[in-house]
Write a protein of this length. Structure first.
Ligand code: SDX
Length: 424
């Protein structure tokens, strides 16, 4: 990193701070020395804070650019697939044909879960939200792998990678089967990653089930588009949990919990619920007005982003995929898709949304595709979590492979100063 200096004058003192320039993106001011000057920085929500150095993903919010190890998301969506993108994210380079074959086969060898894990599901009500179940069962995975828990060892980290990437679809499909009272379906290693997931979701022991290749391709595209996104809330949660030395299964479980919120990954479920509530294009103005009303907590779900102040490149690819899937399935006039496209058009012409630079994000169209594939709304955020597992792991692995300190932010304290307990 090239370096220059910033000067801070505060409380009559002048402090010099190093400024680092990355390979692209904003320069950063290194404020680590401030604590020895009796100062903290203050940045609730980390709007202006770079929490770490990373080489995995770059986002330019003004230009709507998303790069994974330098490759634009549009090119990966068009020419790659989820598992190849997983390899790229974690190892840093695209694999040779042989390495990709090895990677795919190694994932296939880890798709089953320990039979004891099946019993964890019985502790939940059938109508439990699948994200609650995923938080539990993914965290519980660490109980089964005492043989490889030294994560300073790269080999132990790599086996955890394969276990997580391979088992997330199995555990997710088990959530759905449990919720509808059907038997768990074992993975099939002759199927692709996405086709295997759809097989475990929708096949039954009673009859042969053929995965529709159109749906498998759409599922894989959805996985790829959600794979990683720099230091978002759930990835930052995983890094913070990992900084204490917690095992990767517990860290990924903390990422699942953070993703669940409607302001983050839970938005895809909230978008569908919102579109169903709107119900007809004639009601769109009513909901646009609610979104603009400061006294109404309602927000246009699937719109806005902390970083993208222009279009979210994933939303553009997602919209195109939506159109392709709905046409391939013969439901091009899907009313929800029509409402979504009209909602986008009206919002992008409305001065409120234009002034606040609110554009559709990755969650706006994804739910329409998932619904067309047959995934129930309650499973939408589980799909996001499955896909983002590679991003969470890649950031955890990058941190564990370098120098890191336990994350321990400070605060601006505005509570009582010292006072004595009243004498009885
Ligand atoms: C994801 O960080 C990531 O990278 C996340 C993600 C990933 O891949 O990991 O991209 C995935 O989480 C996408 C975001 C999904 N969330 C939603 O779609 C929920 C709806 N959107 C918002 O709640 C909101 O836009 C956030 C949470 C996404 C961003 O919030 P910020 O950056 O904290 O911005 P803000 O809440 O301060 O909003 C700025 C202004 C506010 O108005 P003012 O107070 O300035 O008057 O814009 C308004 C907000 O009220 N606003 C909205 C709005 N989003 C922001 N108004 C109506 N509808 C919205 N959706």
């Amino acid at each position: 990193m090239t370096e220059n200096k910033a000067t801070l004058s505060v409380n009559g003192k002048t402090i010099e701070l190093p400024v680092y320039k990355g390979s692209t993106g904003p320069d950063v001011v290194d404020v680590r020395g401030l604590v020895s000057e009796g100062l903290f920085t203050y940045d609730p929500g980390f709007v202006s804070t770079a929490s770490c150095e990373s080489k995995i993903t770059f986002i330019d919010g003004e230009k709507g650019v998303l790069l994974h190890r330098g490759y634009p998301i549009e090119q990966l969506a068009e020419q790659s697939d989820y598992l190849e993108t997983c390899y790229l994210l974690v190892y840093g380079e695209l694999p040779t044909a042989e390495r990709l074959e090895w990677f795919r086969n190694t994932v296939k060898n880890h798709t089953m879960v320990h039979e004891q894990l099946n019993h964890f599901y019985n502790g939940f009500r059938r109508d439990a939200h699948p994200m609650a179940v995923m938080c539990g069962v993914v965290g519980a995975l660490s109980a089964f792998y005492h043989d490889s828990m030294d994560f300073s060892d790269q080999d132990h980290r790599e086996i955890a990678l394969f276990r997580l990437i391979a088992k997330m679809p199995t555990l997710a499909a088990m959530c759905y089967k449990y919720s509808i009272g059907q038997p768990f379906v074992y993975p099939r290693n002759d199927l692709s990653y996405a086709a295997n997931f759809l097989h475990m979701m929708f096949s039954t022991p009673c009859e042969n089930y053929e995965v529709d290749p159109v749906l498998a391709k759409a599922m894989d595209k959805i996985f790829l588009l959600h794979a990683d996104h720099e230091q978002n809330a759930s990835t930052s949660t995983v890094r913070l949990a990992g900084s204490s030395g917690a095992n990767p299964f517990a860290c990924i479980a903390s990422g699942i919990a953070a993703l669940w919120g409607p302001a983050h990954g839970g938005a895809n479920e909230a978008v569908l619920t919102m579109l169903l509530e709107i119900g007809d294009e004639s009601r769109i103005p009513e909901f646009i007005a609610k979104a603009k009303d400061k006294n109404d907590p309602f927000r246009l779900m699937g719109f806005g982003h902390r970083v993208y102040k222009n279009f979210d490149p994933r939303a553009k690819v997602m919209k195109q995929t939506c159109d392709e899937v709905l046409n391939a399935l013969g439901c091009a006039d899907d009313p929800l898709f029509r409402i979504a496209m009209r909602l986008e058009q009206i919002a992008l012409e409305d001065p409120y949304f234009v002034s606040k630079k609110l554009y559709p994000n990755v969650d706006f169209y994804s739910g329409i595709i998932l619904r067309a594939i047959g995934i129930p709304i309650s499973m939408f955020t589980v799909i996001f979590a499955m896909s983002r597992t590679i991003g969470w792991f890649s950031h955890w692995n990058e941190m564990m492979g370098g120098d890191y300190k336990i994350g321990r932010p400070r605060q601006l304290y505005t509570g009582y100063t010292k006072r004595d307990y009243p004498k009885k």
